[in-house]
Design a binder for this molecule. Sequence first.
Ligand code: BDR
Ligand code: CA
Length: 313
Amino acid sequence: MAPRKIIIDTDPGQDDAVAILLALASPEDITVLGITAVAGNVPLPLTQRNTRIVCELAGRPDMMVFAGCDAPMQRALVTAEHVHGKTGLDGPQMADPTMPLQDQHGVDFIIETLRREPSGTVTLCPIGPLTNIATAFEKAPDIIPRIHEIVLMGGAYFTVGNITPTAEFNIYVDPEAAKIVFGARVPLTVMPLDVTHQALTTRPRIDAFRAMGTKVGDMVAAWTDFFERFDMEKYGSEGAPLHDPCTIAYLIEPQLFKGRHVNIEIETQSELTMGMTVTDWWRVTDRPKNATFMNEIDAAGFYALLAGRLARL
Ligand code: BDR
Ligand code: CA
């Protein structure tokens, strides 16, 4: 099968960084057309910088990186330095990137790419707040039917929330954007906390990255060492969820995941449950199914895939 053409939309974030590395390490499965940065874990000047750092680390200074939206559609930005550190990629020492940031706005790159490529051939992989994607949909609705699939990290149902008691961070930061994306009638695959909380960075898994004896292996180990401290204390778990790479792993080995095609609606009114992904898991309504909500992962298979692919870089 020909590699799948994707655009990664991201807010690095250590787990975003691992997702980008996994995609760039997998050219037989994935062609990354470009990467758009969005404000999320940290503000946009840092997420676009971090994206370029990761591309250089992967040996891909030729990758096109674009800055997108610097704030949610209707709200003030909420960030997550308490998890990812001041830079978003805290942990190891990292030099400033030297590869360029593209002049074009990330939203315009998404629009132009979907108009240029044959219809039905481009997959979007959003792993941050959905601001860039929803803004592109509002600006150019003609691109919506041209999308092959959206595979995103966001939301939760049985695992409920990580930034509020009922909301997952990516959806909470820009619920209006999420509502637009979930309502767009595009084939949608969702990697929620229900999946990512099964993909824990246990000690042997981090040690396997370090044992690669490569710069990438050392960086990934140092990043996971950093951000897992917060999550281990919060959840009392033996490691931290490695959220965003689940999207890329799904594109490479979909059989690692199981889920259900259901209806998911986004709460945008209630202050108490703002950004909740209201998932009709038991199919108790007749609302139209709009997404495949994953709830199982073969975590050992996922980490084996990661270790095998990252060792190539
Ligand atoms: C999501 O929020 C961010 O902190 C992570 O990068 C991930 O995309 C998990 O809730
Ligand atoms: Ca992210």
